[in-house]
Design a protein around this ligand. Structure first.
Ligand code: MF3
Ligand code: CO
Ligand code: CO
Length: 264
């Protein structure tokens, strides 16, 4: 069942989303060769804490995983697509030429509206570590463009499938693989809600885009295989052929005034 959000709830997500975007930007600025993935997570946690929010992923139990997620930031490097766990031995570091997806969930409540429950936004970016290959740069640019095109095609009365159709066109334009088996989702009360928001779809398919719908749109492209494999840590998804992948994500609301990106 899709849980449509009230205007008050979207107002909380709007405030939370702005802070969320700032935190993600600050974490991205720390990305450089030699930095430990654990340091990125710790910095994100410090900023989340200072903003009076809560990290939505820490302790999150996804349906298909055997243990709760142990961090607040997903750090997924190169062939890792999503849900990479920042390393706790403190020895996983970034190297020049890597590309790294930073994905964060931010739970926020407005002190002024105690009647509204805490609301979650979800957003991710992929950033280069120093100088990267032309192919990697194209992959990042194309995945970002797919997210923008997916958002720009949305209109009240349209359908979820419109988004996947727009994303698919961008993948085809750059001859990139659309990762299979992972998708966007409804978001707000929980990290993952209905509806499922596929990155490959046909226009007009799926639930209608109507007021109160809030979704996380997250194109994931690769330079090679579309197939995924899960690592033994229970969370990290990689491309089966270990080709590079990129991932961008925004939380987007359908309101009576139109389409609104909450995590910009
Ligand atoms: N942010 C991820 C998504 O976009 C979900 C992370 S859940 C976790 O769907 F448990 F892996 F953190
Ligand atoms: Co996410
Ligand atoms: Co998501």
């Amino acid at each position: 069942m899709i849980k449509y959000k009230t205007e008050e709830e979207i107002a909380v997500m709007r405030e939370g989303g702005k802070i969320h975007a700032k935190i993600l930007k600050k974490v991205a600025q720390k990305v450089k060769a030699g930095v430990k993935t654990q340091e990125l997570n710790d910095y994100a946690e410090k900023l989340i804490d200072e903003a009076g929010g809560v990290g939505s992923f820490f302790g999150y139990q996804s349906d298909d995983a055997s243990k709760p997620y142990p961090a607040s930031l997903c750090v997924s490097i190169n062939e890792e697509i999503v849900h990479g766990i920042p390393n706790h031995d403190g020895n996983r570091i970034l190297f020049e030429g890597d590309i790294v997806s930073l994905d964060m969930g931010f739970t926020y409540s407005l002190t002024g509206s105690p009647q509204v429950r805490p609301m979650i936004t979800d957003a991710a970016i992929t950033v280069p570590v120093g100088k990267i290959s032309d192919d990697a740069a194209t992959l990042i640019r194309a995945t970002y463009e797919a997210l923008e095109k997916g958002i720009n095609t949305m209109q009240i009365g349209g359908h979820i499938g419109d988004i996947g159709a727009a994303i698919m066109q961008v993948a085809m334009k750059y001859n990139l693989g659309i990762i299979e088996g992972l998708s966007g989702h409804g978001v707000g009360y929980s990290v993952h809600e209905e509806p499922y928001v596929p990155n490959r779809a046909e226009r007009g398919e799926g639930p209608e885009l109507r007021e109160g719908l809030v979704i996380a749109i997250e194109p994931m492209f690769s330079l090679g295989s579309r197939e995924i494999k899960r690592l033994s840590d229970g969370y990290t998804f990689i491309t089966r052929d270990k080709s590079l992948s990129a991932h961008f994500e925004h939380t987007v609301a359908v309101t009576k005034n139109g389409i609104e990106v909450l995590t910009r």
